[in-house]
Design a binder for this molecule. Structure first.
Ligand SMILES: NC(=O)c1ccc[n+]([C@@H]2O[C@H](COP(=O)([O-])OP(=O)(O)OC[C@H]3O[C@@H](n4cnc5c(N)ncnc54)[C@H](OP(=O)(O)O)[C@@H]3O)[C@@H](O)[C@H]2O)c1
Length: 257
């Protein structure tokens, strides 16, 4: 028998935007059970402990840690079986895990690593979990993309992040947007809402400790902002934007693909 709660899985939730989304969802309603996805069980448990320490009193929903490495099919399959056994369905999948390859590696390695996590991993997670999403009444699949993946913005002289190179990351997020469009089309007949989401430029661990400082100094936003927008999406407040062509934007409306 499927759970009465709204079951939400967030991949890469031990840090940054994913972590803040666990907090925001669990603070929003007792009806949510959030699976804090982490590729390292140890990091996931630590994240849950610090979350409970910082927000214990305001948490209404329940949370548990789920080991899931999006580049490891054995791990994805085991996660699926665990969700099936415990909850019998999955209402919301937030494909949030992602990487920017900022270490010095050659071009080929940077391309492979970016696509393996940001694209191939996302395909495999969603398609493995699809049978559980089909058991939900109003399922959502959310891909955390990026303005850096907008083909339109890449050649826009007024785009504030135009000078940033990071071609492998940009290409992987553009491919992720196409994945979101394909899954929106493929899953339409069973009512699954599929979207790519632009969280904006945030202070997170995406580019390491030095990157955090650079982001802070550069005026990047608090990851709590996209977390609030993600709660709105899951609560159906942005369904109009999901129908549009483009990435659902943290600040409202959509950003062009
Ligand atoms: N921060 C921004 O400005 C920004 C802007 C646009 C889009 N985004 C997107 O937002 C998403 C979240 O990133 P963030 O900014 O919150 O950075 P973050 O703090 O570095 O979080 C990224 C998360 O992804 C996890 N991850 C990486 N590879 C994984 C794998 N193979 N399997 C499972 N988890 C994996 C990381 O786990 P570990 O801790 O184990 O490495 C971490 O939990 C990413 O998709 C990113 O591209 C971020």
């Amino acid at each position: 028998m499927a759970s009465d709660k709204t079951i939400v899985l967030i991949t890469g939730a031990n840090s940054g935007i994913g972590y803040e989304t666990v907090v925001a969802l669990s603070s929003a309603s007792a009806n949510f059970h959030v699976l804090l996805g982490s590729r390292s069980m140890e990091k996931g448990q630590k994240a849950l402990e610090s979350l409970q320490l910082a927000h214990g009193d305001s948490l209404k929903g329940s949370i548990s840690v789920l080991q899931i490495d999006v580049t490891d099919q054995t791990s994805i399959q085991a996660a699926k079986e665990q969700i099936d056994t415990q909850f019998g369905k999955l209402d919301v999948l937030i494909n949030n895990a992602g990487v920017i390859v900022y270490q010095q590696v050659d071009r080929l390695a940077a391309l492979r690593q970016s696509f393996e996590t940001n694209v191939i991993g996302q395909v495999m997670v969603t398609e493995t979990l699809e049978p559980l999403l089909r058991k939900a009444i109003k399922p959502y699949v959310i891909y955390v993309s990026s303005g850096q993946g907008s083909v339109t913005k890449r050649l826009d002289a007024n785009f504030e992040h135009r000078a940033i190179r990071g071609d492998p990351y940009r290409m992987s997020k553009a491919a992720l947007n196409m994945l979101a469009a394909c899954h929106r089309y493929n899953y339409a007949d069973w009512g699954c809402r599929v979207l790519a989401f632009n969280p904006g430029w945030c202070v997170t661990n995406l580019t390491g400790e030095a990157g955090r400082e650079m982001r802070r100094k550069g005026g990047a936003r608090d990851p709590k902002e996209p977390a609030v927008a993600l709660v709105d999406i899951i609560q159906g407040k942005r369904d109009v934007d999901i129908e549009k062509n483009g990435m659902v934007d943290v600040d409202g409306g959509v950003l062009p693909w």
